[in-house]
Design a protein around this ligand. Sequence first.
Ligand code: OSB
Ligand code: MG
Length: 363
Amino acid sequence: MKIEGIELRWAELPLVAPFRTSFGTQTDREVLIVRVLADGAEGWGECVAMSEPSYSAEYVAGAAHVIKEFLLPRLTGDPWRTERAFAPVHGHPMAKSAVSSALLDAWLRQRGTSFGEFLGAVRGEVDAGVSVGIMNSVPELLDAVDAYVAEGYRRVKLKIEPGWDLEPVRAVRERHPDLPLQTDANTAYTLADAAHLAKMDPFGLLLIEQPLPEDDIAGHAELARRITTPVCLDESITSARIAADAITRGAAAVVNIKPGRVGGFLEARRIHDVCVAHGVPVWCGGMLETGIGRAANVALAALPGFTLPGDTSASSRYYAADLTDPFVLADGRLTVPAGPGLGVVPDLTVLKARTVRTEYIPA
Ligand code: OSB
Ligand code: MG
């Protein structure tokens, strides 16, 4: 496949409700959409970097710069060759993933193969979980959780931080004794909080996600010895090599896989394979994706090792109007798109209405 060029689109989508985590509050999703044009084929990718470098070092404007200056000149028509060509560029996994996913979409569309078939999906639909942000009060949280449970979500994840942990988790657990429930701290604690975090042990949580800073593998291993809730890593897992290391050291009983965090779907699949080999369950994380990123995530979540529900929620959990046909919850599940490539295309009317800037860069 010969690359003709790429189109970058900066779009802004209002979230249906503000989303607060331990690292900040989001009311809009600023999203960079990549379109690869090659031999008459085209492919779409979504960059999951946020507006600010608060979840990880990447941010939208930085990712766009890296894509233009360092990735486009290395882009080839072959997904594996491109991955190797990107490797000398240190870091920037979200920028790499956006471009390599768009390339993979074009490559698969040309072959009439879906993301799911290509990755090794074993299911036609995947269990959907939902990530619930930090709220102003416990009653407000309970209302939000009740509504998601009524919609059919198969598990709930509560964002936590110091000052918003025991009380909200206890309240949700009392109201929903059998609900699959987990927490996500986005690095907000230190090992000195171990005794405090152990107070959540009686709540029967599926896991606690990324309680400590991303570079603290040893700390997570020590914390895992001091609490009974399984420790799951998100931010720390940036490659299959680190996944193997964290698992071997006892720092990760569960792994959250996000293609954008690890440089793309090829590495995401390797992490899945490493975890399966170690008997470690995985689930698909989310970064408030539009339908473009969601389509690929849902296909990934259909791999055999994804035995826990992911943060792959319906479009309506995020956006009043998604960039693609909406992903809809049916009996608490989302359907894996079956068509070639992503199996979805952006609705150009919605995309144009949300686009604030477009740039075409010939190869
Ligand atoms: O840590 O999993 C996270 C959203 C943005 C950045 C980081 C995270 C999240 C979520 C929401 O938890 C997942 C989603 O529903 O897309
Ligand atoms: Mg997380």
